[in-house]
Design a protein around this ligand. Sequence first.
Ligand code: AHG
Ligand code: MN
Ligand code: MN
Length: 333
Amino acid sequence: MSTSLSRYLVEQQRAKNHIPPELRLLLEVVARACKSISHAVNKGALGGVLGSAHSENVQGEVQKKLDIIANEVLIEANEWGGHLAAMASEEMDSIYLVPNRYPQGEYLLLFDPLDGSSNIDVNVSIGTIFSVLKKTEGSAGVSEADFLQQGSAQVAAGYCVYGPQTTLVLTVGDGVAMFTLDREQGSFVLTQEDVQIPADTQEFAINMSNMRHWAPPVKQYIEDCLAGKAGARGKDFNMRWVASMVADVHRILTRGGVFMYPWDQREPNKPGKLRLMYEANPMAWLVEQAGGAATNGQQRILDIQPTELHQRVSVFLGSKNEVQRVTALHQAS
Ligand code: AHG
Ligand code: MN
Ligand code: MN
């Protein structure tokens, strides 16, 4: 008998008492929204969902139609349930308050509604990333300041990858579980529990075209990998770069590897390309929960105190020994 996401959440609650009913509702609603985004993604050209929306988000990136559709699906699914105080998204300049006509809850939901936008039109895996925080007690109303919590304060995090299969990957702080969408049943079915990332790997993921812009520690790390058996590492490495963080992280959770999106000289004033609160934090927690590591080159990502909703960060995550190596190179420089 297969275990649905709903059953998994209920059983986790019974056994470990760490998923209050409102959080369970939230996670089920997010999963339902992901199911609906998955259907839109699958329709592709037939659903008129491909191509540009000809608008820009707060980070100055041109939005794709699916960026906006996925954002709307997540908002509409989540605003009425009474479980949320507010939401924040890559595609919205400021936080989204639950409308007055609905009851307010105590959770805060952050998301990258559609990750890997450059892959939408070319039929390559994309995804949705989400992070759940709890509003700190005492403060009346809700403001952006309520969201500025360290990644270590997350109460749930996950992503849904829309690839050859649609897979939802989740942590509530007790390991990582994977659920595959059964389209006939219309539900997510538990397909892997206690996901573990091997500590060693011979596979790295980085956008090599930026090599000339990297800082010396990143150059050093990759040069050593490229030197293969004859070099300092004494082994050959393989490279993969999907350019959808969800797909690259999914591969790493499945078979190990190290993913890097470092600071580079193209935009020296930005700490990196990826966003801390709805890309790096949820992925860092999933990776740590699977026995891997995640740093910004200097410190654990989950320990960074955010100062802005859309702040960026350098990311090194995946197999523990490789993340330690590239972090040590930064710390020694
Ligand atoms: P988004 O589509 O949400 O803006 O995120 C894209 C991110 C991430 O998914 C990926 O790892 C990276 O950008 C790809 O960057 P390159 O275009 O430099 O390969
Ligand atoms: Mn993204
Ligand atoms: Mn996005």
